[in-house]
Each structure stands twice: as structure tokens, then as C-alpha cells.
Design a protein around this ligand. Structure first.
Ligand SMILES: O=C(O)C[C@H](O)C(=O)O
Ligand code: SF4
Length: 514
């Protein structure tokens, strides 16, 4: 099939850079429900702007272009071995062109393959069918939301909800709990796929396959349709909000599938997808390999940007003390201690990326640069190099909670004053912020183009041996905005939202589906 590789390359680029129409409509609906001037509302506004920028620049919506998972139906007689080779070539090209981040990491050595290929990556499911065309569907599901997938084995006792039995009501409780446990860490507002039954493997596979359904389709199984409607009417009452900032919109879609199970097992598996719900598909002509049709509505022309971006001062939350504070690195302890949860900090100067590999390294080694008064950005960017040097193609935050075991110690050891990430951090870090004088700034997860725009220059890079996402990039920024969600006075918005949503969860304890 002469053009099959090009068709797959085009599918990858479209999936990574142009959020499909049904997802955009869901995000726009969410924005309409959210109080636009709140932190969650501002987050959704940034997300909306980011979606438009990614499409315009044909650059990744989010820097984490995830685990490429293909579901391919082929007529009898099509050469799947050749197709696989073309898919690998297309992925290598898309990675080289900065449409994908190199995301395939050896689980034993930590080495990044650099081209998204390696044992187990990409994931390709082939199925034969009676139709004439080749149906190729692709989802790019990032690591942060994958980390919020969860699998329940019924019967079970669930936090805040009590007993969950092997019935529709028990499944209802699992689903509500799955949204609660994700908080904002998987970049809410999210979409969930649910798989009932199967074994532990096929249950999760069924859950992920639900994400290939269209956002506005109707479940043909009446009980599951009722369940999906119930979840969409109630999950948002948890008040977790976008990014976990607290607010009206936490969930944008719920799709439930069911399969048979063993007598001894009753699994409910949930695949949690972030707002950057990137999946697309194409129908390909087996004689030429060319694209005959796209399977999901294109996002082009469907704006989610809506009304003008309100100033921070507009929001009811900001009517209290929160302010917009401009800071330039290195930052003094005094400036940091003057900040409070809710303040919006606009940063300029140099900041340094650092995530899992670097934090582990800095526990026992020195830093290659002076970090006194510095800002660490939990980010693994998409980078391209040309004769002028390195260029940032996408640079949104990663989930910070993974650094909880290290962050407090590293802050104190190196004199760091601010950590930027998303999803918040735990009590150990909060205590260190108070003792040492630091803040946690929550950037908007997935807003990779929005933040790339604020990065004016790549000054240098250390630890390239960790691979592009994990290296320590020294970046010159200007106008980098993020919200104080943990301050040096023991306040944590994340702890407050978690406590508040836990209390709200208990309202769903009584049976609904008898
Ligand atoms: O790996 C990343 O850059 C982000 C990740 O998808 C996350 O949400 O933490
Ligand atoms: S950073 Fe957020 S938007 Fe990007 S892949 Fe991770 S969870 Fe999704």
C-alpha cells in the first residue's frame, strides 16, 4: 500500500495537534457551566486558547503525546507485517518533526529510545473484519491521566460510599469514586471509559476502548445508558473542578462497556482521560493506502475560546486578597513569603525543568547550576534542535505528586523558592514550603502551546542522558503565569478541595439503582 505510511503520519499529526470536534463541543459546554472568572474558569479559558494555538501551529496540544494505541480493522488478505513497518516509520518521522514527544523509556535502564519505538510501544491491536476498508483508530493518552486509571474488585468498601456490591449500584459507586480519587491530577475536566467484567487485563482494555466512542453517542444497553446519564448528572457535584481548583466542571464524558466475567471475579475498570482527549481515526483504501474518510468530526472551525479572558481581579475568589504578582528569578524569601494561595504569579527570568529522574538524582548529588532563589518547573517538553540550537515546541506541566518523596528535601538543600507543576503536592512538601519559605505554583495542565509561547530562549541543558523529557532544561521565560495553590503559610488549595470533595462524595452513599 504505497501511501499507507503517509496516511498514518497524517493521522498522528492530526491527533496530536487538532482536538476533535466532539471533544471541543464538550469543553465548550464545560466552559459555559463554569463561572468563567474563577480559577477553574480561567483554567478552562487557558485550555481553550491552547487548543486554538496547537491547531494553528500544528504543534502538540499537550507535550505528553502519550502512549500511541492503535485499533486497526483490516479486510482479509491485507499484509499486517508491512502495515506495522509503515506505522513504525510514520511514528519515527512524527517524533523527528516534533509532533510527538519521545515517550518510549526502557523500564529497567530509564533510557529513552528517542523515537517512540521499543518493546511494547506503540500498542497495535489488529482485527480482521468483513468490510472492504481499513479502519485505523488512534488514541494518544498521556501518562498523568493513565496514572489515574483505577480498577475495583467487587464487592468492596469504598471511601465515603460504604459497601459497593456486585450490581449496577455498586458499579455506580466505583465510577463516582474513580472521579473523586483522580482529583485534578489527571488534568480534569476529564472523560472516563469504564469496563465492567472481563479479567484484570481485558477489563482495562474494554475501558480504554470506550474512549473511542463519540462523546455524544447513546449507549445501546439501556441500563448502561441510564448509568452514563446518572454519572454525568452527578459527578460534577463533587466540586473538584478544572485542574482540581474547585468548581462546577470535573467530568465531561462517561462511556461504559460490559463483558462477561469469571464467577469469582467482578472487576470495574476505569480509564481516566484528561481534557486533552486526543483520539482520531481514518478509513483507508487497501489498494492505495490513501485516506478515504476521517472517522471523528474535525475540530477545525469549532471554537472553544468563547468570550474575552477576564482579568484575574474579576473573579469572586480574587475579590478577597489574591492578586497578580510579577516576580523575576532569582526570587527572595521575603517575596515568596508575601504570596498567598490564590495569587497569580507572573514569572520572568530563568527557570529549570526537573521531574522524576532529576529529583532522584539531586537527592544524592549536587546541582550543575546554582538553584538559590530558583524556580523548578515539573515539565518534560517537546524540543527540536536546528542550526540555531534548541527550540521549545510544547511545554506544559507534569503531575507534581510524583516528586512528593523528594521535593521538600531538595527545596531546602538547594534553596529553591518555587516549584511549578500541576495537581498539587502533599503534606511533606507543604511543611517544607512553610519552614524553608517556598510556594507551589499550579500551571494549567496540558496548556503546552500556551507555556511554550512564554519560553523565550533555551539557555542550556544538562543530563541529556535522561532523555529529552527528563533532562534539566534551563529556560528563559517571560510572562509565565501560574496560580499559588500551596503557600509558605501552611495553606493548600489541593488539601481543601480534597477534603471538600470527600465530604460531597458521601451524598452518593444511598442506593440509586435498586
Ligand atoms: O509527562 C508529562 O509531560 C505530563 C503527564 O502526562 C502528566 O500528566 O503528568
Ligand atoms: S499533562 Fe495533563 S493534558 Fe497532558 S497528557 Fe498529562 S494529563 Fe493529559
Amino acid at each position: 500500500m504505497q501511501h499507507f505510511e503517509d496516511s498514518i503520519y497524517n493521522l498522528i499529526v492530526e491527533t496530536s495537534t487538532n482536538l476533535p470536534g466532539d471533544v471541543r463541543r464538550a469543553v465548550a459546554k464545560g466552559r459555559a457551566l463554569e463561572d468563567i472568572a474563577t480559577r477553574s474558569g480561567l483554567a478552562l479559558t487557558t485550555i481553550a486558547q491552547n487548543i486554538g494555538m496547537a491547531e494553528l501551529q500544528v504543534s502538540p496540544i499537550c507535550q505528553d503525546t502519550g502512549m500511541l494505541t492503535f485499533i486497526i480493522h483490516t479486510p482479509v488478505g491485507v499484509n499486517q507485517i508491512e502495515m506495522k513497518k509503515d506505522i513504525y516509520n510514520a511514528i519515527t518521522r512524527a517524533t523527528k518533526d516534533g509532533k510527538l514527544r519521545p515517550n518510549s523509556v526502557d523500564s529497567l535502564t530509564g533510557e529513552n529510545s528517542g523515537n517512540n519505538l521499543g518493546e511494547g510501544t506503540p500498542v497495535i491491536h489488529f482485527e480482521q473484519w468483513e468490510e472492504q476498508g481499513i479502519d485505523v483508530r488512534l488514541i494518544l493518552k498521556g501518562g498523568g491521566c493513565e496514572n489515574k486509571n483505577i480498577q475495583y474488585s467487587l464487592p468492596a468498601e469504598l471511601e465515603g460510599l460504604g459497601k459497593a456490591g456486585r450490581d449496577l449500584d455498586g458499579i455506580r459507586k466505583c465510577i463516582l469514586h474513580s472521579v473523586y480519587q483522580a482529583q485534578g491530577q489527571g488534568c480534569s475536566a476529564g472523560f472516563i471509559g469504564v469496563g465492567i467484567g472481563g479479567d484484570r487485563t481485558t477489563g482495562y482494555e474494554l475501558a480504554k476502548k470506550q474512549l473511542f466512542r463519540k462523546v455524544d453517542d447513546v449507549n445501546p444497553i439501556e441500563d448502561l445508558n441510564k448509568l452514563e446519564d446518572y454519572v454525568m448528572e452527578n459527578a460534577n457535584k463533587l466540586g473538584i473542578g478544572t485542574m482540581g481548583f474547585g468548581g462546577e466542571v470535573t467530568l465531561l464524558g462517561c462511556k461504559v462497556g460490559v463483558m462477561n466475567r469469571l464467577p469469582a471475579s467482578f472487576f470495574v475498570s476505569v480509564a481516566y482521560n484528561c481534557w486533552a482527549f486526543r483520539r482520531q481515526g481514518v478509513l483507508i483504501d487497501p489498494s492505495t493506502g490513501t485516506i478515504q474518510d476521517w472517522l471523528y468530526e474535525s475540530g477545525t472551525g469549532i471554537s472553544v475560546e468563547g468570550s474575552k479572558v477576564p482579568e484575574v481581579g474579576d473573579s469572586p475568589e480574587s475579590k478577597s486578597e489574591s492578586r497578580e504578582v510579577r516576580l523575576t528569578t532569582p526570587i527572595s524569601e521575603e517575596d515568596i513569603r508575601s504570596l498567598r494561595v490564590g495569587d497569580v504569579v507572573i514569572l520572568s527570568g530563568e527557570m529549570h525543568t526537573g521531574r522524576d529522574a532529576l529529583h532522584k538524582y539531586l537527592m544524592d548529588h549536587d546541582s550543575p547550576v546554582d538553584l538559590n532563589g530558583a524556580v523548578i518547573y515539573h515539565c518534560g517538553p517537546v524540543m527540536l534542535k536546528d542550526e540555531e540550537g534548541w527550540h521549545v515546541k510544547a511545554a506544559g506541566p507534569t503531575t507534581s505528586i510524583r516528586e512528593e518523596p523528594y521535593q521538600g528535601d531538595i527545596l531546602k538543600k538547594f534553596g529553591i523558592r518555587a516549584v511549578i507543576g500541576k495537581g498539587g503536592m502533599g503534606p511533606k512538601t507543604l511543611q517544607a514550603l512553610q519552614e524553608h519559605g517556598g510556594v507551589y505554583l499550579n500551571a494549567i495542565g496540558g496548556a503546552a502551546q500556551y507555556y511554550a509561547e512564554c519560553i523565550k530562549k533555551v539557555n542550556a541543558v544538562d543530563f541529556m542522558e535522561f532523555g529529552i523529557p527528563e533532562a534539566m532544561w534551563h529556560l528563559e521565560v517571560d510572562g509565565f503565569a501560574a496560580i499559588v495553590t500551596m503557600d509558605a503559610h501552611g495553606n493548600s488549595l489541593h488539601a481543601d478541595v480534597e477534603k471538600d470533595s470527600a465530604a460531597k462524595l458521601t451524598q452518593f452513599k444511598e442506593p440509586v439503582f435498586k
